[in-house]
Design a protein around this ligand. Structure first.
Ligand code: ADP
Ligand code: MG
Length: 276
């Protein structure tokens, strides 16, 4: 099982679009995938056609100890589940402030769920803040993928995010590893996008060996700006259900393949470096 947090403290960078479509891409490849919506805006739930309904459990009920993840998960498509969120979740931030072991609620809930219903991938769609919900995601995850839009201040933002992963890895989750940066809303052919990408590549190469982002890369799959990706949520469909052959579908298909191959590539690289 791989647990991946899609994290960026900024809003509007493509976290939700990437959580949903990466998850759907992996599900299409035959993996069992669960998206956990950690944003009180509930966008990834809605994007997958699941409304948080009052009579059904949401991720808030899991945080408040009133439900188990396995009972809150809902099927969105073949191989694809989502644990929905709604505005109630905003209260969890406050309610958890004084709770003991508040950073580990999600980690424990996942351990319980996969004991009875195993998944190949669990993806956390994080809110645009570094509150207790994001910290829960970073504590429960083995991996972080950072969606970001290549603009002038992107490198500055990236280095802050990486410091955050460092902090979490020291205090709460030594396993945490940043697997990569996915460039979203990419304007191919522009000088700015290319320059920013080069700067980030150089920056990642200089990672200290023990940093959580050592070995992190910019994914080759760039998610181009594509109107179909912006339209799909209003139909409650992933890009693969809505418009699979559009550029957005192709880009997320490529990303899913690349993310899935990642660990395998690392494992091979490790075994091949024994005589270095
Ligand atoms: P976040 O979750 O980081 O706030 P979203 O994934 O919700 O970001 O994206 C912000 C907005 O941009 C949404 O309206 C989404 O539909 C749109 N969007 C995201 N990625 C693309 C893209 N590659 N092309 C066009 N629109 C996109
Ligand atoms: Mg979002």
């Amino acid at each position: 099982m791989r647990t991946i947090a899609l994290m960026n403290q900024k809003g509007g960078v493509g976290k939700t679009t990437t959580s949903v479509n990466l998850a759907a891409g992996l599900a299409r490849m035959g993996h069992r995938v669960c998206v956990i919506d950690l944003d009180p805006q509930g966008h990834s739930s809605m994007h997958l056609g699941i409304e948080a309904a009052k009579q059904k459990a949401t991720v808030y009920d899991v945080f408040s100890g009133q439900a188990k993840l396995v009972d809150a998960r809902r099927m969105a498509a073949a191989n694809l589940w989502v644990v929905p969120a709604d505005l109630d979740l905003a209260a969890a931030e406050m309610e958890l402030v004084d709770a003991k072991n508040r950073e580990f609620v999600l980690k424990r809930a996942i351990r319980e769920m996969v004991a009875v219903d195993p998944f190949d991938y669990i993806l956390f769609d994080c809110p645009p803040s570094l509150g207790v919900l994001t910290i829960n995601a970073l504590t429960a995850a083995d991996e972080v993928i950072i969606p970001l839009q290549p603009h002038f201040f992107a490198l500055q933002g990236l280095s802050k995010l990486l410091q955050t992963t460092q902090l979490i890895s020291h205090r709460l989750n030594p396993q945490l590893e940043v697997s990569g940066v996915v460039l979203c809303l990419y304007e191919s052919g522009t000088r700015l996008a290319a320059d920013v990408t080069d700067d980030m590549t150089e920056f990642l190469k200089k990672a200290p060996a023990n940093a959580p982002w050592a070995g992190a890369k910019i994914f080759d799959a760039r998610i181009r700006r594509n109107i179909k990706l912006a339209e799909a949520p209003s139909f409650g469909q992933s890009i693969f259900a809505y418009a699979p052959s559009c550029p957005g579908g192709k880009d997320y298909e490529a990303l899913a393949g690349e993310v899935h191959a990642l660990k395998l590539t690392n494992a091979t690289a490790d075994s091949e470096t024994t005589d270095e």
